[in-house]
Design a protein around this ligand. Structure first.
Ligand SMILES: *Cc1c(COP(=O)(O)O)cnc(C)c1O
Length: 366
């Protein structure tokens, strides 16, 4: 039986009537860029994060980039981030003209190791971008302590972690900026690209709103050199409907994760570790095995969807050859890149399909 890594058609079929109606309304009303659904979504996501402001932007990558710029990161500054994430967590640093400074991850959560941050700080350090990888929030308390001590801005990359929590605080609400992605495969996914930044101060909010709209408040009179990075009404209209189901979908993912956890317990398959402070929403269910090539072959042969998030740590990327890193600098991240594979976890996965995934994985890697 073939099992997809993700099947968005199943999700759509369950909520088709509501989605179609919301989409039709956008066409009927003719407001395509920003518009009332975007303002509603900004309000709803800000509420979800228990902060005052939300700003819809064109993608999760732009959510990060605009936050980095709004934070005042300038060419030559340094910004600290995890060595192990999706490329956008670091590309935005480079695109702002700043220098990314990588930090190794914790072996159990794949998130930035807070105990290694302080020694990376120099007088040029301006900000930290912790990433909440796979749907589990990074250990934010020590990170915030370090940030306060050195006067650094904290930009949470919560692209995979909308509605996850850390000590009951929502992902994105702990640092200065919280960045979300609505890429279709994220837990809250649109029908195209989209993103959103949440923030707590009016000053940050006003700057983000200017940056997404060419840098102006008043048309054609930019105060700063901004971007064109707006969220469109169609995305927001769809996302507003889907937001009603986000908790239910997270519960589905958590239930599936529990089944995998139980099935792989006591084997050589390393399952995700959920910290005591954590409400993990499993954007991915990522296992680690010593014989990954073998496992991948078996998954492929049995048509079971899987992917490696992520195959190359940042310090080994071709585009970062010019940075002063070498293989061996971040051993935990290198090991993760060599051993991890993510398997189907989406809420609509059937018991039968999950049994199939479990049996193939165990046949090779247990
Ligand atoms: C998806 C993702 C992004 C980028 O979001 P886009 O909407 O695809 O631009 C950034 N960081 C992480 C960790 C992501 O998973």
């Amino acid at each position: 039986m073939a099992v997809p890594l993700l099947d968005l058609k199943r999700q759509y079929n369950k909520i088709k009537e509501r989605i179609d109606k919301a989409v039709q309304e956008v066409f009927d009303n003719g407001y395509f860029i920003l518009g009332p659904p975007v303002a509603d979504l900004e309000k709803r996501v800000a509420e979800l994060c228990r902060v005052d402001y939300g700003v819809g932007v064109a993608s999760g990558t732009d959510a990060l980039l605009l936050s980095v710029i709004a934070a005042g990161v300038k060419p030559g500054d340094e910004v600290i981030t995890s060595d192990y994430s999706f490329f956008a967590s670091t590309s935005v640093i480079s695109r702002a003209g700043a220098v990314p400074k990588f930090v190794d991850i914790e072996e159990d959560t794949y998130n930035i190791d807070p105990t290694l941050i302080e020694k990376t700080i120099t007088p040029k350090t301006k900000a930290i971008i912790p990433v909440h990888l796979f749907g589990q929030v990074a250990d934010m308390e020590p990170i915030m302590e370090i940030a306060r001590k050195y006067g650094l801005v904290v930009i949470e990359d919560a692209a995979q972690a909308i509605s996850a929590r850390y000590k009951d605080r929502p992902a994105g609400s702990i640092g200065d900026y919280g960045c979300f992605s609505f890429y279709p495969s994220k837990n809250l996914g649109g029908v195209g690209d989209g993103g959103l930044v949440v923030t707590k101060t009016e000053e940050n909010y006003e700057m983000l709103k200017m940056l997404r709209l060419h840098g102006w408040k008043q048309k054609y009179r930019p105060l700063v050199v901004g971007y064109n990075s707006r969220l469109d009404s169609l995305q927001a209209a769809v996302l507003l409907i889907k937001l009603d189901y986000l908790d239910e979908w997270s519960q589905g993912r958590i239930a599936n994760a529990k089944k995998y956890d139980a099935a792989f317990a006591g084997t050589a398959i390393k399952t995700p570790v959920v910290r005591e402070y954590s409400y993990h929403i499993y954007n991915q269910y990522t296992i680690a095995v010593e014989n990954r090539d073998e496992l991948m072959t078996a998954l492929k042969e049995n048509k079971i969807g899987h992917d490696i998030y992520y195959p190359v740590p940042f310090h080994q990327l071709e585009c970062y050859k010019y940075l002063p890193y070498k293989t061996g600098d971040f051993p935990i991240s290198e090991k993760a890149a060599a051993n991890v594979v993510s398997i189907p976890i989406f809420p609509e996965l059937t018991d039968e399909e999950q049994e199939e995934v479990i049996s193939v994985v165990k046949s090779v890697s247990a």
